[in-house]
Unconditional design. Sequence first.
Length: 573
Amino acid sequence: MARLRLGEILIKQGLITEAQLQEAIEAQKVEKLHIGEILVNRQMIKEDDLASALGTQLLIPYASRASGLLSPQQEQGLDKLVPFDFAKTNFILPLNRTINSLTCAIFNPFDLMMIDNLKKLTGCEINFVIATRTDIMKGIDEFYGGNTVDGKGGALWGDALEISKSSLSETIKIDDGYDSDLSLDRVIARAEEAPVIKLVDLIIRQAIDERASDIHIEPFKDKLEVRYRIDGELYQIPPPAKHLHLPIVSRVKILAKLDIAERRLPQDGRISATLEERTVELRISTLPTVWGEKVVMRILDKDAVKLDLGVLGFDAKQLDLIRKALKTPYGLFFVTGPTGSGKSTTLYSCLRHVQDPSLNIMSAEDPVEFRIDGINQVQIRPDIGFTFAEALRSFLRQDPDVIMVGEVRDLETAQICVRSALTGHFVLSTLHTNDAPSAIQRLLDIGVPSYLLTPSLTMIVAQRLARKLCLDCKEPYEPKEEELGDLKLSTDLIYRAKGCDKCSHTGYRGRLVIAEIIEVDDEIRNIVSKNGTYTELRDAARKNGMVTLFESGIKKVEEGATSLEEVLGVTLG
């Protein structure tokens, strides 16, 4: 049975209402705190209500000073086993020790790094009870006595979630500055400590579980940030302590086989991770910033991405046009759009559609994102002179039927693509333009002769990705006139995002394609041959039945697949 969330427990106990929970969830998007902390800060619940509910959620006993259960056993050396510095920084109160088992009162049961450090520090298996921060603070004051004096008779309290830098005798003191002179041996040793290994594994596993496409680890002056990109949007997660930045980056570099000693130049690498009997590829990029190295991990989970044209979001008419174009024995097929618009996924899905043992399919990519059996995939290496153009010239000596080029970036690559299409090959590639007619203009502008482009061009697909409304919580509503403006919908009721546990209270889950397609006919070819303008190309495509990106998006809104706000953002924003 699935474990109840904290908010559900508090509602069930009658401590908050559904409206108060939704208010806290909205506040969480701005304040970046745990739900429980927000509810306490806004005086919707008391500290002991939160601690008790956490205990219920995690099946950990709740203890209070009033119950007498927060009194440490004397003469067990608990103050030596758990030093004051560690206790006060992490809100830990040792209560009792039995052989190699230690019972402690804890305020934040989600701080896995602190728990690992406590195990390492004490050499004990740890049992916990949950208590309020106030009760633990008072308990530490009383138990450690004179150690807590700060000149005012009170306790010195650090960040509740930060791991003590001085409590472990073997902990390395790290200079958080960019020009740290920490020795390489000590960096490697710290990166291979069990807590750091577990933390990096946890960051990656959680990202995969949350369906994230990217992990951002970003150092700043006084903090470290970790963000996940989910369905195209970046979301912050509770970060580790700032002083763990260097060990985390070093651990990632070790896994990606990068140069740990080089922190002045960007580096790129790959990690192959096994998760529940499936392999997930991570593409690693490091970048030196003024506060240290930023790391971005692109998650390439082939099992999570369905490389099937039928499930990407194209409507029935668009699918028919694409499948018809893919049946032609030769020609040039372009997918265009900005970075992150799903072009590569569409190309891979096209390759899967045409894949057949009777065809020799070759691809030149930078980088190879998904490895597909039966397709000859080649990694471009510009640093050694192996460019897209060079790869294409080699392909033509390999008896290809279908060629996929990751991106057309220059005239030389474009000309080879066009000539390959004219000599009996089917060529697929991508461009970075805003819409379909602009792709034709771009090819002409970089110098492709119109007399070569006219007979070779088959189809252009321009696309964006829009977030899909969560099926479990989307709600119908009637949009107001000021919201619609001049827009006319075919239905009075459309859907908008609400938010629930299934979608992590974002209101969206997954993404779909919004597309406009130019099927190149004789009229389009005639305009291209005359070096026609963008407006002429667009008007001819519209006359031929092209549905614009905006119109395609509005159709998805009318079908209840996405929201009006989302479509306006991705097509007009």
